[in-house]
Design a protein around this ligand. Structure first.
Ligand SMILES: [Fe+2]
Ligand SMILES: [Fe+2]
Length: 301
């Protein structure tokens, strides 16, 4: 791997700083929250503008009460996705501990796992307490890529990065929204705090490992990686449109709404220009994702 001295020392400095921040800002989530008894269905659980029906006819036709009820189930879906995603993330990162290629990141990876373990605990508790369930995440198995260790690590962290950036978008907006129930804002704020470090780490790690990949790999190999990550982005987007949450909110057909929304230009526009803007730009910069003039085709199933 080609890497000059100054880029290398910037990378190790950044990691040392992140380790320091994780220690300074360490919280013990298991006792930090005052868990409220319950949260009313007349409250906003996520901002109305963040609802998956926003910008479509479903939103226009829904009453305020229906929108609020859907906001509850969309919140439970987002938190459930965190639970299942973090579980997978912890397993994936734990497997890579002590890998020579991640030697400099090893200390930080321990904090990463520690923090995700706490998140997974409070998101699961929230879902159980206030909704009595955690939504299962039907994982679409992406075909296993046969890659060398460097690309395997890159793909794994690129997936983590996609997952975290999408979650971060919601955490940030909800934490700042005064219409949302204060306890839900607090949870989003707590998560946002830790996640901003994870995202900084993800950016640094991806830039470090991806440096020079255009020279080091054949175009066909990189094309395969790019296609895989594009699929992963699509699966991540689709997971936001869980049919079960529409059913729980009293809509007639969850599956039909999901399909209609995924095909809706207003929603596709929101994904491309808003939700995925940063993540696609970074993956493009690292040459992990091929830049495309138009993003829309990726979302047509
Ligand atoms: Fe997390
Ligand atoms: Fe994270």
């Amino acid at each position: 791997m080609s890497m000059n001295q100054s880029a290398q020392s910037m990378y190790t400095d950044r990691l040392a700083r992140l380790v320091q921040l994780s220690r300074d800002r360490h919280v013990f989530s298991f006792t930090r929250f005052d868990w409220v008894d319950d949260i009313s269905e007349q409250d906003w659980w996520v901002s109305p503008e963040l609802l998956t029906i926003h910008g479509t006819a479903y939103y226009e036709q829904a009453s305020e009460a229906q929108r609020k009820l859907l906001s509850k189930w969309e919140c439970i879906n987002l938190f459930s996705l965190n639970v299942t995603g973090e579980q997978e993330l912890i397993a994936g990162v734990a497997e890579l501990l002590h890998t020579p290629m991640l030697k400099e990141a090893n200390d930080y990876l321990h904090h990463f796992i520690d923090e995700e373990n706490q998140h997974m605990w409070y998101f699961a508790k929230f879902c159980e307490n206030y909704a009595g369930k955690i939504y299962g995440n039907k994982k679409i198995q992406l075909t296993e890529l046969k890659l060398d260790p460097r690309l395997t690590i890159l793909v794994r962290f690129a997936q983590i990065f996609i997952f975290e950036e999408v979650g971060h978008y919601y955490n940030l907006k909800i934490a700042l929204d005064e219409r949302v129930h204060p306890f839900i804002r607090e949870i989003n704020e707590a998560h946002r705090n830790d996640e901003s470090r994870h995202i900084t780490f993800g950016r640094a790690l991806l830039a470090r490992l991806a440096d020079g990949i255009s020279n080091d790999y054949a175009p066909e190999v990189l094309e395969k990686v790019s296609q895989h990550l594009r699929k992963y982005v699509q699966v991540t987007i689709e997971s936001l449109y869980n049919p079960a949450m529409y059913r729980d909110a009293g809509f007639a057909s969850g599956m039909a709404i999901r399909s209609a929304l995924l095909a809706d230009p207003a929603r596709q526009d929101f994904h491309a220009r808003e939700l995925l803007k940063k993540v696609l730009a970074l993956l493009g910069d690292t040459h992990l994702l091929k830049q495309e003039t138009s993003l829309e085709p990726a979302y047509q199933s």
